[in-house]
Each structure stands twice: as C-alpha cells, then as structure tokens.
Design a binder for this molecule. Structure first.
Ligand SMILES: Nc1ncnc2c1ncn2[C@@H]1O[C@@H]2COP(=O)(O)O[C@H]2[C@H]1O
Length: 843
C-alpha cells in the first residue's frame, strides 16, 4: 500500500523540520542523506519527515452517501395502549415508514438480534417515563452493546418535569447511549419532525460506519502491516497482516503501540508531523528478535487536532524472501537490520530481472499460499504454519529421519538397524578399504554372467515352452495371491522367471502385441534377464523377480489399474518387475559404497543398485537383436516405454520409500470425517480415497511407482507360509553381508543382523510396522485389495507370537516353518550353470 497524494505516488525527499534538526544534524545535511531503507533500486531515498505534505486524502463524499430508505421505527413502551407511542407510530406512517412496538427491554433486544441483517430500525423510541417498569438507561446500554447498532438513533421520551429539572438533565441519557431526548407529546407535527431528523442522522451514521468498514476490510486484504492508533498511540485497529505477523489480535494483544513497536516512526508520530516515512521496529510474539522494517505514517484529523495516527509497514515476509533469494540458508527467518536491507538493495536489479522471469517452482507457490493462510489465523496456528514453511524450505523434504522413538531404540535395536539401513541415504563411514581382486564383477560372492546366455539360446529356432503337466497346472494358478512361487522355483529348477514371465506376459497380458515383438524374442529376453540374476543369492534371485512380477500381474488385474493404465504401461510394469533386481549382488548399495565398488564409483554412491539394474536391463536388451523386445517400436514409443521401465525400477530404491509413499498418499487420499470403505486404517484422522487426480499423467506415474514398490516387498503381505520363507531368505542374505563385512573389515551396515544373535521375528515386526503397514493400507485402499493388509496383520501377529515364544534364529524359524505347508527350505537356490539355459527352451 502506498500513500497517494491526489493521483501520484509520493516519492519525495523532504527536508527535516527544524524541530528534528537538533538531534539529527542540519536540515540540509539530513535532506542529502540517503535513507538506509531504500526498498527498490528505482526508489528514491525515503523521506524522513514530511511535515509540509498535505494531509492524506479525505474520505470521498460518494463513500458517505447512503440512499434514502423507508423509515423503520421501533417503539419501546411498557403500557399497552400508550397514546404517545400511537402518536409516534402515526407520524412514521405519514412519513412513509413502518413502525413496530414492543413492551420490554427483552423484546427490544430480541427484535434487534432477530432483525440484525434485515430490518434494523433506524430509530428506537424508548419510554423513559416509568423507571419502575422499564429501566431506560439499562436498555440503552444493552442496545449499544449489541453488534451493528452504532448507527441507530436512540430517543428517550421523558416527562417535562425531568427535562426541566436542571440544565444538565440530558447528560445521563447521553452517557447511557441515547442520541436525543424528547419531552412527552401527542403532537403529530412534533413527532413527524423528530423522526425525519432522526432518520437523516441514522442514514449518515450508517454511511460513515459502512465507509469505515470498507476501509478496514481493504486494510485487512492488504499485505502491508497496518495499525491505526489514537493520538496517544493506543491501538484502535490493526489489520490482519499486522495481527498475523506480530502474532496477536487487537483485542487480546498490547493496547499501546509502544508495547510492540519502537523506532523513529513512533517518535515522528508524536512530533506533530502529518506524514512521514521512517523505520519501525516490530516485536513479534513468536520470535524474540525484533524486526526493522520501513514504515509510512500519517496523522489524521478533521480539525487541527489529530484524532487518528496510521502506521503502514512493509510486509515482513516479502523482505525476508528478497533477502534470502540466491542463498538457501539465508531464506530462514531472522531479523532484519537496516544495514542488511541496504546492502541487499545492491542486488535488487538482478533480482528484479529474476522475478520477471516466468519461472516459479510449485514449492514457491505452496509457501506463498501457506503465508496467505496465516492471515487472520490465531497465533498458535500461525506458529504451526511458520514451522511447516521452514520445513518446506529445506531441500530434503522426503528424507526420513529415524524418529526419536525411545521404545523403538531401546526395545527394538534389530528393527532400528533394518529400517535405518533400508531408508538411510548415508553410507556407513568407511574404513580405508579397497576391493581386492577383480573389480569388474558385481558381487564378490559370484561373478555376473553377463552376455553368456544368449549364445546358448540364439541359435535355436522353433522355441517352445517346455512345461510338464504339473508345471502347466501350477502356471494356471499364476494369477492368485497364494500362488505357489517356491513350488515353481522347484519345478523349474531355479528358473521360475522365464516360465512365469512367458505365461503372464505373453499368455495373460499379450505384451507382445503392445511391443510388436514375437514370443520368441520375449522368451529370449526373459531368459537373459533371469540368467543375470544370481542364483546363489538366497533372496535377491530370479525367484524374487518372479514373485514381484506375479504381484504386479495380480495388481494389474484390478479394475482400478485396468482403467488407468494403457497396454504399453502395463507391459512396461511387467518388464520392470521382471528386471528390477537383475544382477543383484546379494549385498546392499551401502555395502558397495563402503567397499568402493566400481558401480558405486560409477553412480557416485547415488542409487547404485537401482541404477545398475535399470542400466543393465537396457544393455542386455539392446546388445542383441534376438533379445531386443523393443526393436520394432517407433522411436517415441520406445522412449516412452524405456522411461517407464527405468522410472519403475528406480522407484524400488528404499531410501526413497517415504518420498514415493507420501506423494501417493498426498495425491490420492484426502482427510475425511470418516467414511467407511475407502478409509485407511490409521490411528489418526481417517483418510478417504480420492481418485480424481488420476486424470493427470504425473499422478499416474505415482501409481506405477507405488505398484512396483508394493510388489517388491509384497512378501510380507502374502499368506504366512510364503512370508515366513521370504523372511528367512532375506535374513540369510543380510547375515551373509554382515559376515562378508566382518571378513573384509568393512563397516557393518546392519550390526544387529548377525546370525548368532539376530531375532528374525523382531526384524519382521519392525519391517511390517515401519515399512509395510502404511504402504499396504494406502495401496490396498487404492486397488481395493484388503487381503494385502489382512495378511500383513496376520503375519505381524504370528511373528509376535513367535517372539513371545522365544523364537529368534533361522534354525528356530525353520522349525516353526515345518508346521506350515512349505517345501523344506533350501540353504541356497538350485545353482544355475551361467552359460546355458537349463529348462526353458528347446529346439
Ligand atoms: N520380509 C522382509 N524383511 C526385511 N526386509 C525386507 C523384507 N522384504 C524385503 N525387504 C527389504 O526391502 C528391500 C526392498 O528393496 P530390495 O529388493 O532392494 O531389498 C529389500 C530388502 O532389503
């Protein structure tokens, strides 16, 4: 908000009046001094004092005009047939108005409340002649205490004797809130004159109040901080920005301006100056540091004396944001001082250019919306929003930090270890360690068999899928949630991926049509991908890939996804699932970073494994036409599929778990008052599914990421016998990593995963609590698959029972597994030869 004199914005430099000369140097010297508060490069130095300026513009007459309305009169006469009352009512009727009468104070107030928006009377005539039946003073005070009654003209009808009692007999009536008193009369003429005059006064009052209300509303919608005080600097009005930024409302906060503000602006305000610009120091309720901002002020008075003083201060957050641009840390809240504001001015020209660019990050919009939301909010809400904005200003929005949950830390070090290792982007600090031996292989446990398989397959023609009757029968059940994945592993002698892949991708989803490739190429692709999984890994082998593929296929059958995903997107999801862990070394990215493995070096310790899985998938695919399932796709279509596959594989990185989950939940779930079916089962406020966002492609991306993520860890949401076997396998793999870290004197990423001491049930309880439950609830709600949550809950309960029964080690779990209908757990998977495909193809 800028002060306007006539139509021009005032930007003049005024010389100091002599009354300030003594303290601040000579007028000339003062006039030549540039203010340290220049706001923009093009701003002239700001004024110190402007005593010679004209007073601020008065309220235009048009604002004070109120169109004539039919007179509304309310008579308050306790006597049923009062002749005085009848005379007043008759006069109003003659003047074209309407009169009503009530008999008590209660009825009067009731009428005012009832008609507050519709038929507010212009005039109320109160019979003050019979204090024993109606306390006219009390009634006047009550009327004035009622909202929106300032404009009503209150007339007290008194006996002549009262009127003539003394010269000041009217005073108590005026004090009580009456505007006029009238000696009792039955004269129609007298009453007519009285009500017409009163109506004119009421209309003028109404117009003035409406004008003030309009200006107050304008001030409320202004980003500048505005306060109006009386001449003694008692705060009479503060706009919403003022209350919001300083942290209190007029009615509850300091009454004197000096309680919350200081500086030269206040001094000038009491100096008799009419209009000034000077710094003001504002103290906020929420922060101890005072803030120094430029302030423009004006003294208002219709006569020579000042009745109101107006203070208009620059919005604080605008200044802070300007200060902070260009250096992230400086965006954080802090106090401003004159020097810093002035030196900032030097950078403003380039900032102005930057601001002129059509660039705005969504987060900037969010922060600005939140700032707007604080306007008029109670201080506690403002404090919350400010904290939230501070958090939003960090760059690591989705990086989880292990909560300082003493229960978790003390009682569950195993879960802490696991979840910390899965979610943390920090690598364990490394010792000086250099990989021994050949460094061009991924795992030190097993060499990758890159590009060795195709040789054995590619000279084959007429490829057929050799399936035994048993295998065929099993594959017929490939779309059930209790699909016997370990039986498939056994029947295919460790090659479940190619069999299941062909059955699902070609047989069920016909991705060959979408990809415009033949089944043979698809089978080659599946085979080479499967061969590049490490069969010696207990968990991250091709059985896990097949399991994830099966989960994705199962999800894709759900109506929600059928309607949302295009055939090419479904194909990309199936391919990503099959390849998402290809060439997994059986150790984590953290291990590779600590070991300074070439892949960690190649990918700069960032998303090492996932980057490798995605890159190798395309390397294997594009290296040889015989496996290149994309070779017939148009360039743009290929790009799209490639982008989809890479995005989904990268989404399986657990350090980004909360990022993907939070984005998904934020987009597809809204807080609700609690509808039954679509609710996520959280302890807090229920979330209701809202799929309207699916119309935006960027939100469909979130769905695809969530789908593969859920499939990747779906083992914990499978029926118990499967969940147990997967838990055993992952634990074994973790133990092997710990063994290897110890053997190689590497930092131990998950020290609790020591085969001698680790409790498998506890690790699973932690995994389900912290990773599985929220995610599966969100996903289950989205695709309508409650069994995901039910199985996770049942498994959780069972792990608890085992924990209570003292089960800890793998051997214990094996024993417990015997009660479940599972094939006896193997120590490792059936080995693959690495150079031939053993079961999947024939001439
Ligand atoms: N049942 C489980 N118990 C503990 N950790 C698991 C379980 N299932 C999956 N994980 C972890 O979750 C990770 C998901 O991504 P990865 O497949 O790379 O590696 C997986 C394991 O580290």
């Amino acid at each position: 908000m800028r002060w306007c004199c006539g139509s021009t914005i005032k930007k003049h430099v005024y010389a100091l009046d002599s009354e300030f000369g003594s303290s601040s140097g000579s007028p000339g010297a003062r006039a030549g001094r540039r203010s340290s508060l220049a706001l923009t490069p093009e701003d002239e130095p700001l004024v110190d004092v402007a005593n010679r300026s004209p007073p601020p513009a008065n309220i235009p007459n048009a604002m004070l005009y109120s169109p004539p309305e039919p007179l509304e009169l309310l008579c308050v006469f306790p006597e049923r047939a009062s002749r005085v009352c009848a005379a007043a009512c008759a006069a109003v009727a003659r003047a074209g108005g309407e009169a009503r009468s009530v008999r008590s104070a209660r009825d009067t107030l009731e009428a005012l409340r009832r008609d507050s928006d519709t038929k507010q009377p212009h005039v109320i005539v109160v019979d003050a002649r019979q204090p024993q039946t109606l306390d006219a003073f009390l009634l006047a005070r009550a009327v004035r205490g009622t909202k929106n009654t300032q404009h009503i003209i209150l007339i007290a009808v008194v006996k002549k004797s009262v009127y003539l009692k003394d010269d000041f007999a009217v005073l108590p009536y005026l004090d009580a809130g009456y505007n006029r008193i009238m000696v009792e009369t039955l004269s129609a003429t007298a009453w007519c004159a009285e009500v017409l005059q009163s109506r004119a006064a009421a209309s003028a009052a109404r117009a003035q109040i409406a004008a003030v209300a309009a200006l107050a509303a304008a001030a409320d919608r202004c980003r500048d901080l505005i306060a109006v005080t009386d001449e003694q600097q008692k705060i009479l009005l503060a706009n919403k920005s003022w209350s919001k930024v300083l942290g209190w409302r007029v009615e509850e906060g300091p009454k004197q301006l000096s309680d919350t503000a200081g500086g030269e602006a206040l001094r000038l305000a009491t100096s008799g100056a009419r209009d000034w610009e000077a710094p003001i120091t504002l103290r906020r309720r929420t922060t101890p540091d005072p803030v120094l901002v430029p302030c423009r002020g004006a003294a208002i008075g219709l006569t020579k004396s000042t009745s109101h003083v107006v203070f208009v201060c620059e919005p604080i957050h605008a200044l802070e944001t300007e200060r902070g641009r260009g250096s992230l840390h400086s965006i954080r809240r802090g106090s401003l001082d004159v020097r810093s504001v002035a030196s900032d001015g030097l950078r403003r020209t380039s900032l102005a250019k930057l601001q002129g660019l059509p660039l705005e990050a969504p987060i900037t919009k969010v922060i600005s919306l939140l700032s707007t939301a604080t306007e008029g909010a109670p201080p506690s809400t403002v404090a919350y929003i400010e904290r939230a904005v501070d958090m939003l200003r960090t760059s690591e929005l989705y990086s989880p930090q292990m909560r300082d949950d003493p229960k978790m830390r003390v009682e569950d070090p195993i879960a802490t270890d696991l979840i910390g290792a899965l979610l943390s982007r920090e690598q364990v600090n490394t010792n000086l360690y250099f990989m021994q031996g050949p460094t061009n292989t991924l795992s030190s446990r097993r060499s990758s068999n890159d590009s060795t398989v195709v040789r054995s397959q590619t000279n084959r023609s007429n490829i057929k899928h050799k399936t035994t009757g048993q295998l065929r029968e099993l594959l017929d059940t490939a779309l059930s949630w209790d699909f016997e994945i370990f039986k498939l592993e056994e029947l295919t002698r460790g090659r479940p991926l190619a069999h299941l892949g062909l059955a699902l991708m070609a047989g069920r989803f016909d991705i060959c049509s979408a990809l415009e490739c033949d089944e043979r190429t698809l089978l080659h692709w599946l085979t080479i991908v499967e061969t590049n999984y490490h069969a010696v890994n207990t968990y991250h082998n091709s059985t896990h890939a097949a399991d994830v593929l099966q989960a994705v296929a199962y999800f894709l059958e759900k109506d929600r996804l059928k309607t949302v995903l295009e055939p090419l997107e479904a194909a990309a999801a199936l391919l990503a699932a099959a390849a998402h862990d290809v060439d997994h070394p059986g150790t984590s990215s953290a291990f590779l970073c600590n070991a300074r493995h070439p892949l960690a070096v190649l990918y700069n310790d960032v998303s090492v494994l996932e980057s490798h899985h995605a890159a190798l998938t395309f390397k294997l695919t594009l290296n040889d036409d015989r496996v290149n399932i994309f070779k017939n796709l148009e360039r743009d279509t290929y790009k799209q599929v490639r982008h989809n596959v890479i995005d989904m594989i990268l989404a399986t990185e657990m350090t980004k778990h909360f990022e993907h989950l939070a984005k998904f939940v934020n987009v597809f779930y809204a807080k609700s008052s609690g509808s039954k079916e679509d609710n996520m089962h959280t302890d807090q406020e229920p979330l209701a599914l809202d799929t309207t966002a699916l119309s935006l492609p960027e939100n469909v991306v979130l769905v695809k990421r969530m789908m593969i993520k859920c499939a990747d860890v779906s083992n914990a949401s499978r029926p118990q016998k499967f969940a147990f076997e997967w838990a055993r396998r992952i634990a074994e793999e973790y133990f092997l990593q710990t063994d290897e870290e110890k053997a190689k004197d590497l930092p131990v990423v998950m020290p609790m995963f020591d085969r001698a001491t680790c409790s498998i049930p506890r690790s699973q309880i932690g995994f389900i609590d912290y990773i599985i439950m929220d995610m599966m609830e969100a996903w289950a709600g989205f695709i309508d698959m409650p069994e995901l949550v039910n199985h996770a809950r049942q498994n959780h309960a069972r792990w608890h029972e085992l924990d209570d029964a003292g089960v800890t080690t793998l051997a214990d779990v094996r024993r417990a597994q015997r009660h479940l209908a599972l094939p006896a757990p193997t120590t490792t998977n059936p080995p693959t030869t690495g150079t031939t495909t053993t079961t999947t193809t024939e001439e």
